[in-house]
Ligand binder design. Structure first.
Ligand SMILES: CC(C)(COP(=O)(O)OP(=O)(O)OC[C@H]1O[C@@H](n2cnc3c(N)ncnc32)[C@H](O)[C@@H]1OP(=O)(O)O)[C@@H](O)C(=O)NCCC(=O)NCCS
Length: 193
């Protein structure tokens, strides 16, 4: 694995000066095939969302002269509407802690992408890092559900299932699958090891 350093986007925004152009750094990010939305988010929306505290972005940057973005993830808070269509048992729904309006708070990994500069498998490293970070937040603040919205694509869904997520519902357009994992359990427990 290439040596990397982790930066929050907020840190990089403070460093934006003559010696370092954040705009250039972000626009040089080339996500692997299938990641156009992930690239566009970083270039067009990440800074705006960071400034508004809508979401927070973390970037893995190569620790060499090139300083390429190897990948990134974005986290925020969200909710799940607990409706009849949810593919979960009564017990699992209870574990989401829905309120009296059937709203269950959750954490969200909104974006996740590996760059063409990083080797296959680096995305898993990013995902595990993001889950670990969310687990630490959850331990301190509560809210144990972690959600990811996956494109309705078999391969990508299988990838998230392999990493402990399970599908719970689809959006109206049928192009996004809501998947969740529980942060109060280790990855080995989730995967039944
Ligand atoms: C998802 C991602 C971070 C995983 O990175 P990784 O752990 O290094 O693993 P890979 O890139 O090898 O991807 C794992 C598998 O998912 C598949 N996959 C990844 N993104 C996919 C996509 N957008 N559409 C379809 N399949 C996809 C890969 O083809 C691969 O399948 P394989 O093992 O049969 O070759 C990375 O593939 C990526 O950046 N994808 C594009 C952006 C994206 O789709 N992000 C997810 C948003 S929810």
């Amino acid at each position: 694995m290439k040596p990397w350093l982790l930066f929050s986007l907020s840190d990089l925004m403070e460093r934006d000066d003559d010696a370092f152009s954040l705009e250039e750094c972000l626009s040089n990010f080339s996500c692997i095939q299938g990641g156009d939305d992930v690239k566009n988010y970083l270039v067009k929306n990440a800074i705006v969302d960071e400034k508004r505290w809508v979401s927070k972005t973390y970037l893995f940057i190569s620790d060499d002269l090139q300083k390429n973005i190897l990948g990134y993830f974005t986290v925020s808070l969200k909710y799940i509407m607990v409706s009849d269509g949810l593919q979960l048992s009564k017990n699992s729904i209870k574990r989401l802690n829905p309120d009296s309006n059937s709203i269950a708070q959750c954490r969200l990994i909104g974006q996740l992408g590996r760059s063409t500069h990083a080797e296959k498998g680096f995305g898993t490293h990013i995902l595990r890092y993001a889950i670990g970070m969310m687990r630490q937040f959850a331990k301190k603040e509560g809210c144990r559900t972690l959600r990811i919205d996956c494109a309705n694509n078999k391969k990508l869904m299988e990838y998230y299932v392999k990493h402990g997520f399970r599908p719970i519902s689809k959006n109206k357009d049928n192009d996004l699958i809501q998947m969740i994992t529980m942060l109060d359990r280790g990855i080995d427990q989730i995967m039944g090891n």
